[in-house]
Design a protein. Sequence first.
Length: 767
Amino acid sequence: MRCGTDRYFSVSIMCSLICCIGFVMLPSSARSSSEDTFFVGNPDTTASGEVNVSGVRLSDDVSFLGFTREGQDAFEPFEDHAVNVPQPSRARQWLHALTEEPHVAGTAQDYKTAIYVRDQLLEMGFSVEIAEYHVLLNYPKKVTARLIHPEEFKIPLRESGFPLDKDSYSETAFPAFHGYGASGKAEGQVIYANYGRVEDFDRLEDLGVAVEGRIILARYGKIFRGLKVKNAQQRGALGVLLYSDPADDGYMKGDIYPIGPFRPDSAIQRGSVQFLSLNPGDPSTPGWASVPGARHIEYSEISEMARIPSLPISYGAARPILKGLAGFEVPQGWQGGLPFAYHTGPGVSEIEIEVVMDYAIRPIWNVIATIKGTETPDRWVMIGNHRDAWTYGAVDPGSGTAAWLEAARAVSEAVKNGWKPRRSLVFASWDGEEYGLLGSTEWGEQFSEKIKEKVVFLINVDSAVAGLDLDLAGVPSLRDFMLQVAADEKDPRQGKSLRSLWVKAQQEKWATSGPVSLSRPEAIFVPQMRSIGSGSDYTVFLDHLGIPVLDVDFRGRYGVYHSLYDNFFWMEKFGDPGFIYHATAARLYTRLLMRASSSEILPFRFSAYGFALKEHLDELKRIIIRKRRLPEGHERLDWTSDFSTMDTVVERFFLTSQSLDRALDKVQGFSRLNRPSLGAINDALARLEQAFTDPTGLPGRDWFRHLIYAPGLTTGYASWPMPGMRQAIEQNRAELFARESLRIAERIQVASEAMEQIQTLLAALRE
C-alpha cells in the first residue's frame, strides 16, 4: 500500500493536524468513530501545502473506498500499471486524427469519426457495436444577414482566415447557423436585450421598450441559447441575432486568437437553439427512441420549437448594429466590452435576415464498446463522450474523445496484464450531442429499463481539456470517491495533488461569496461538486433515469467555443501545448473506471448528499427572502412558505447518511466479506439515486423526473436544485410550492428508508 501526502497521512501526522484544525467539513467517511467532526474557519494544510479535507482517506490503514484490505492489495498493482499507459503523444495523435475535418452530426465526415473510433477500440480488444438512430437534423441551405440602415453592410457568416492556422480557411465547414433554427425572413429595427433572459425582457418592458415586431440582438452567456430565442419569440420578436461580447470571452479577458486564446472579432459561436430545459433528444420522437423505422411527428407538429429565424454573428459584426442603437442607456450590468455606450434601441439600425434550412431525418451513430466483467457482468460502469462538433471541435469534444481513448487503451492494457474487473466496463461514443444530446438520449430512451437495472454510475466526458483547472460536477454521493481519486493524481504544473488544488479553489470561492448557513449559526465550508443541470450527455442518465453521474474535466482560458478556431492549432498552441492535461484526464478516468468496476462494494458515500440537501434548502429560503424584499413595482412574494416538513425529512436524511457512511467505513476494515450478500447491497447502493425520481416528472416538463436535480426551467444549462420548489418561487405560485414540497419530501423520505435498509444488509456482510 502506497503512502505519502498525496493520498494518506501517517497516524502521527494526522493526530498533530487534528490538534490545530480550524476548518468546517462534512464528517469524514474515513472516520471509524460515531462522533461528527466539523472544522471551522480556514482549511488546514500539511507542510507540503496539501489541504486536509474530509471525505478522503486520512490514514494508512484505510483502503480505497469499496475495497477490503485484501481486495486492494490484489487490485493496486494493476492500477499502478494502467495509469502509466496514457501518454501525451498518443493523446496528441488521437486529437490530430479526430480534427482533420469539420464533422457536424449526420454528415459523411461524422460517420468517418465513428468508424475511426470503432476501429481503434476493436484493435484494443473491446467488443464493439455501432448503434444507428434516425433523427431530425437541419443543415443551412441559405443564410444571410445584412444591416440596411444607417448604411448597408453585409454581415459575414464565416470567420476570417489566419496564415498560421490552415484550418481557419476551411471551405467545407458550414456557415454560421443554429441547430434546430427556424427558416424565415425578418426585417426590422433592432432591440438590444442583454443576455436574453426573462428578467432582461422584463426590464425592457419596465422601460417601455417594445420588443414585438422587432429583431432582438442579444449576447451569449448566462442561459442556454435556445431559451434566448424562446424568450424573444414569446415576446413577439420577428427574429434573433446572437453574438459573443468581448467582455465575456474576447479581448477583455486577454489576448485574442491567434496571439492568445480568446475570441477574435470574426469568431462565431454556432450551436443549437433547441428548448433544452423542456425536452432534450430528437424533437420528432418525444419520449421514444429514434430507432430506424420509428414514427416521427411532423416538423409543424413539434410544439416546443423555434419558429422565428435566428443566426449567430461575431462581435465584429455586432459592433455597427449596436452603435446605431438609440433609446435608453442600458441598465447596470448590460454594458459589454465594445468601446462605446450601449443603448437599448430602437435607433437607426435596421436588419434583414433570411434563413432557409434543410430539415430531414438523418442517421447518427453511437459507438458502444464493452469489456465484460467477471463476477457481475450484468452491472455496468459507463464512461461516455460525444464525437460530433460544429466545426473541428478540438476542445469540444475532441479533447474528451482523445482522453477517453487513452483511458480505453489503459484499461485494455490492464486486462491484457491480467486484470479482471468484477463489473463490465461500457465505453460510449455518442453522436448528435451538439443538436440536443441526441445520441445519448435516444439510447437512454431505447434501453431505459435495462439502464436502470444495470448501470451503477456514469462518468461523463465532454470537453476534457479547455484549460488547466480541474472542474468537478456530479451527484454528492460520488464526491468522496472523486476526491480520493483526485488525491492520487498530481497537477502537471504545480506538483500538488489535484484534490488539494481543487479544494483550495473551492474554499477561496466560498470565502468571498459563500452565504452563511441558515440551518447552522457557524460559518461552514463544505467542498461540494457543482450540481448537475443539463447541457451534456449525462442528462438522460440523471435527470430522466436516476443514474448517479460524474462530469470531470479541466477548464480555463477557452475563448473560441463553437467557432472555426476550436481546432488542433488552438489546442497545441494555447489549450494544452504538451498534451499533458489530456494524459492527466485519461489517468483520472482510468482510476475511476478501474476502482468502480473492481471494488467489492460500490464506492458511494452519502454524508455529502445530506449536507447538499441542507444547502439547497438554505438557498431556496434565501431566494424567498430576497423576493419578499423586492421594491414596489416588482412581483413580490406575499404568501407564507412552510419548510417544516422539508426541514424534518432533510434532517433525517442527513443523520441517516452519516450513520450509513459509518457502517460502510466499518466494512472497509474487514479482511473478507460474505459474498452472497454483496449483490443486494451493491444494487441498493446503485439504485438509491432512483429514489429521487418520480415518473410523473416536473411541472410542465414530464421528461425530467429527478426531483432534486434538473436544469433550471429558464436557464437550460445551470441546475435548479429542488426544481419544483424553485419553479414555484420563480412563478410566484403558492399552491405549486406546497405541492412540490410534499413531493420532494416524500422522495427524500424514501431515500432515507433505502439507506436504513442498506445498513441492515451490511450487518450480514462479515463472514
